[in-house]
Design a protein. Structure first.
Length: 318
């Protein structure tokens, strides 16, 4: 089937791209800046997300070209214009011809007409075939990953329904930092009792969620937390993470897809850590935040934690 061939081509090409990226980053880009690794993995997942569209377009073009060739092959041939031939008169023509028989019995009997053939089956009837076992297995794995992603977003939406506005100082400082980052819209800052880690939630309208202990943060800790989370927003990290999860649903059977997803998440967190240090926040204050978050055990909902960008999940300073 053409769909199985496209799926196999997609998995092979995507696996080759992921393998090349993992090998290159492991051997040559291990000490590269986090911002470079973040952009490299983000562009890679964008390419893998657009790869099925390119293969599908190629599959549409092949039948059209085959139909054009078939139409040209079955087109009626036009007879060429009859050539003008010269006629020569033979004076001895007709002398060797035998006279036609007079009796009807002497005439040749006409040959019987051939029996009509049975009606042929239409050639363009589609052949129905069942998908292979490996296609069914791939579909089951992809559905499981998509189900996990959907449950994570649904759980995160349910958790956000119980949010409460954070203290005014948090929103005021978030607006100042957002102006420095040239953000067109400042995310709202909320307090959520069901989480233990500062988190950026949402894709197109992200919001910052604080744990219950966030109200007791010092000024330096507030600045470090907001710079970290707003760096996620400025870099469109939630959108890239969504694309990476969708690519993972397609290439779930490839271990390099899981490695690439972890590498993207780690590069995003390291990039935010570098932004915090570059903003002038003390490394000791930021390290205290990360140690306190790590000792809390992280968020209690693994599905939602896998979707949202939780602070200190892949930090390089804890």
């Amino acid at each position: 089937m053409i769909h199985e061939e496209l799926l196999l081509t997609l998995l092979l090409r995507g696996g080759l791209v992921l393998l090349t990226a993992v090998v290159v980053t492991t051997l040559f880009l291990r000490r590269s800046p986090a911002s470079a690794l973040r952009w490299m993995w983000s562009c890679l997942f964008i390419l893998l997300f657009a790869l099925p569209l390119g293969l599908r377009w190629q599959a549409w073009q092949i039948p059209l070209a085959q139909d054009d060739r078939a139409a040209a092959r079955h087109a009626p041939m036009q007879d060429p214009a009859p050539a003008i031939q010269s006629i020569e008169l033979d004076p001895f023509a007709g002398l060797d011809e035998q006279p036609e028989p007079q009796n009807s019995s002497e005439r040749a009997m006409p040959l019987p007409a051939p029996a009509p053939d049975a009606p042929a089956e239409p050639a363009d009837r589609a052949t129905v075939s069942r998908p292979g076992w490996w296609t069914v297995l791939w579909a089951a794995g992809a559905s499981s990953v998509l189900l996990f992603i959907g449950c994570g977003h649904l759980l995160l939406w349910w958790l956000c329904r119980h949010r409460q506005p954070a203290a005014r100082i948090w929103q005021w400082e978030a607006e100042l930092i957002a102006a420095e980052f040239h953000l067109r819209r400042t995310p709202r800052v909320y307090r959520l009792d069901k989480i233990r880690v500062p988190t950026t939630a949402g894709i197109f309208r992200p919001k910052i969620l604080l744990p219950p202990g966030g109200e007791a943060f010092t000024a330096a800790q507030r600045q470090a937390t907001l710079v970290h989370e707003l760096t996620h927003v400025r870099g469109r990290d939630p959108i890239f993470m969504l694309l990476a999860h969708l690519v993972l649903a397609t290439h779930w059977c490839n271990p390099f897809a899981w490695i690439g997803l972890c590498a993207l998440r780690q590069a995003q967190e390291r990039h935010c850590d570098d932004a915090v240090i570059a903003s002038g926040s003390g490394a000791s204050d930021y390290a205290d935040i990360l140690v306190g978050i790590a000792s809390s055990g992280g968020n209690r909902f693994p599905a939602a934690a896998g979707i949202a960008l939780a602070m200190a999940k892949q930090s390089s300073l804890h």
